[in-house]
Design a protein around this ligand. Structure first.
Ligand code: GLC
Length: 543
């Protein structure tokens, strides 16, 4: 694998600077704090870090409401601290990508302030205005719990403005070429600063066209291709990653002919992993894998279990959504928009076997996995906090005050302190030397993945065993092959390892359970007895 394609085999970590570590004792995480914890990130075995928006912002949407594209939020530190973070990460051989929020700004951004106060300002046309607020009626509302319309009236401007998210996040007008130029400037600015790429936020919504749902429009792809050209020509080796919460056939165009995004998040597979686990049936995973198209050379999927948002159920059917809510959001407080605002460990009942299944799949199925901060220790959530804040609480480092996150009296959100997930129990220090901890398991899975290139970039071949509760696939790269198996049920499953074509070639060694192996040279195939919710990665050790 040449270095230019590093993102195809990397493992990423999603870092929330505000939540990670408070370096200056003001109760908010910052870059200096995060630098002091880079060794933790490195110790997991990840290769790259995505940091959530770090820009000056009123933080009404945790920084996705950008007020200045060129700055660093004062709570997080200075431009020098940002640069020091990038350097410290690079010293450890960790790449850093940042969030690029192109679709909208905060209403506090000077562009919007100028636009609303002066009809003749050149910035007026940076946004999308209407006298009636009746255009584009086929466009869905994304933040359903909070917004009634994608148009909001602005008293000062005397017009409606368009917004796909909160009403304080006016959409930029990509019909204005000046907006393109502004974004190119922003992109160059941060790439010049030495970052390794972008996670581009909310890209399907850049343009509006009457008679469409205003998503995935050809004009949007055209603009995104221009961004990619800029990156390739001026900053080769940097990566452009799409957040496009869409069905596979709508996602494919975001790769273009290998000339748009390098990487796209695979949204539809994520809820189906939870669904299959709860149903004890692999069917929905197989269905979505069948619907997942091949992607151009040089491209990659990004897979995830959780992130800073709600567990989105946009990419499932209405019936499936209802079912997921019943199963995973028994308390209506756990619902948010079209999703579930809970963290990984609580979703999985803090069950180690279930946790290993989903993480095992994440680390071996396909694509570039990303871990959400805190999930490596099985952090809990706080549904008493509004919006998606409950999954953005302070990282739990140790059992000291504020979980070792901050020396302040008060932190930006309270640390989790309930009996099961409270910081006194669930923290990095406790798990550090415990071989049975989530933290040790995370490190172990990443280590095994790293040692076996077929798990990173092998061909994937589904193996349909007799019982539907066993999900299994081979990863094959040249002569290397590993069979990954998961028992999605609470029953013991016996799997006959019947591979006549491999007879006499060696034995299958379990990479996840030391000392276990199955020889393939008999006429009678060996049987793998899978315990409830067991995971196995069987590597073919050739004679
Ligand atoms: C993306 C972000 C989300 C944010 C939204 C609006 O979906 O992941 O957190 O609220 O965009 O910027």
């Amino acid at each position: 694998m040449d270095d230019k394609h590093w993102y195809q085999t990397a493992v990423f970590y999603e870092l929330n600077i505000r939540a990670f570590c408070d370096g200056n004792g003001d109760g908010q995480g910052d870059f200096l704090g995060a630098i002091s914890k880079l060794d933790h990130i490195k110790s997991l075995g990840v290769d790259a870090v995505w940091i959530m928006p770090h820009y000056p912002s009123p933080l009404k949407d945790d920084g996705y409401d950008v007020a200045d594209y060129y700055g660093v939020h004062p709570d997080f530190g200075t431009a020098a601290d940002f640069k020091a973070f990038i350097d410290a990460a690079h010293e450890r051989n960790l790449k850093v990508i940042i969030d690029l929020v192109m679709n909208h700004t905060s209403d506090q951004h000077p562009w919007f302030q100028a636009a609303r106060t002066d009809k003749n300002s050149p910035y007026r046309d940076y946004y999308v205005w209407s006298d009636s607020g009746s255009e584009y009626p086929e466009t869905r509302i994304i933040f359903l719990d909070y917004e009634k319309s994608n148009w909001s009236w602005d008293e000062t401007a005397g017009q409606y403005f368009w917004h796909r998210f909160y009403h304080h996040q006016p959409d930029l007008n990509y019909d204005n070429p000046q907006v393109h130029e502004e974004m190119f400037k922003v992109i160059r600015y941060w790439l010049d600063m030495g970052i390794d790429g972008f996670r581009a936020d909310a890209v399907p919504y850049l343009y509006e066209r009457e008679g469409t749902n205003c998503e995935n429009l050809p004009e949007t792809h055209e603009f995104l291709k221009k961004v990619r050209r800029l990156i390739d020509e001026e900053y080769p080796g940097r990566v452009f990653i799409a957040e496009a919460n869409q069905w596979p056939h709508d996602l494919l165009p975001y790769f273009g002919d290998g000339d748009e995004f390098h990487v796209c998040f695979h949204f539809p597979i994520m809820p189906r992993l939870y669904m299959a686990l709860k149903q004890g049936n692999r069917r929905v995973i197989l269905d979505i894998l069948r619907d997942t198209p091949a992607i151009p050379a040089g491209c990659q999927w990004m897979t995830f279990l959780r992130n800073h948002d709600e567990l989105t159920l946009e990419m499932v059917t209405i019936e499936e959504r209802e079912w997921m809510w019943q199963q995973y959001a028994p308390n209506p407080e756990m619902k948010s928009n079209l999703g579930i605002r809970r963290r990984l460990a609580p979703l999985l009942d803090n069950h180690k076997g279930k946790w290993l299944i989903l993480n095992g799949i994440l680390m071996s199925l396909m694509g570039t996995p990303i871990i959400y901060y805190g999930d490596e220790i099985g952090m809990g959530d706080n549904i008493a906090l509004p919006d998606r804040h409950g999954v953005r609480t302070p990282m739990q480092w140790d059992s000291s005050q504020n979980a070792g996150f901050s020396a302040a009296d008060k932190t930006y959100f309270p640390v989790i302190s309930d009996a099961e997930y409270g910081y006194e129990r669930v923290n990095v220090a406790n798990q550090e030397n415990d071989p049975d901890s989530f933290l040790s398991a995370t490190r172990f899975l990443l280590q095994v993945r790293k040692a076996h290139p077929e798990l990173q970039r092998g061909e994937m071949e589904i193996w349909e065993t007799a019982d539907k509760s066993v999900f299994a696939y081979w990863r094959i790269l040249d002569d290397e092959r590993t069979l990954c198996l998961y028992n999605l049920s609470a029953e013991v499953q016996s799997v006959s390892l019947h591979f006549p074509e491999l007879a006499g070639q060696g034995k299958l060694i379990d990479l996840l359970h030391e000392g276990r192996s199955w020889t393939l040279n008999d006429n009678i195939p060996p049987v793998l007895k899978m315990r409830p919710y067991a995971s196995h990665w069987l590597h073919l050790a050739r004679r």
